[in-house]
Design a protein around this ligand. Sequence first.
Ligand code: 5RP
Length: 260
Amino acid sequence: MSGELSPIDKAKFVAAKRAAEYVQSGMRVGLGTGSTAAWLVRCLGERVREEGLRFRGVPTSARTAELAREVGIEVISLEEAGWLDLTIDGADEFDSELNLIKGGGGALLQEKIVATASDEMIVIADAAKHVETLGAFPLPVEVIPFGWTASQALIEEALVTMDVLGRKTTLRMNGDQPYVTDEGNHILDLHLTRIGNARQLAMLVNQIPGVVENGLFIDICDRVIIGYGDGRVEIRDINAGTVSEERVEFLEDDNLFRDV
Ligand code: 5RP
């Protein structure tokens, strides 16, 4: 990498590096998608190469699969794995109950399937992702392409009955074309500003024909590792009710940063 890492990249990196320590040989591990999860995959690749760590990874997107193979991680499908010991992934927002909004990177469907097929889910994030109430980040909803405008109209109608501040919905674009997920679907982003009852909203949205899944992860995450630009990490465990703080040492001329 040329130049210095930004404080936000340092925060993402230290969260990912600390999370990589939870992976042990023999495990089957879900690998998230996004820039924070990419740091995790690189850190795990380093452990594979330098420590001889042997585990199998189930990626949540084609781009994570490519990176994982590149860094030397054995990649298997969820069908081959059957069940996972652990999933580590990023998030767009998390609240104090560790409920999440995910899908900013468009991989929410595979991410939710993989996280719920795991004994444990750890979220890695910089501190800016912590919110009091979910909803400032637009909520991604994956819809099948057939009749997506009808699904959008039904979602907007359903939002009228919901405790939300905004009700605008937009089709996610990739240039001048609708964004297409790894599963061949589209994404509607719901600009809600504030979600009063995330559990209820998640259930309601998923009942609408054409909706495949939404980006609210309720009661799925067990632990969050929050990274800071000065190398500190805070680990919050929702099951144990503990919060601890540690420091992650790293050098900016680390090999890991070379090709980023
Ligand atoms: C991808 C996701 C990502 O985890 C989320 O968008 C966070 O990404 P980043 O780590 O780049 O901030 O849900 O679908």
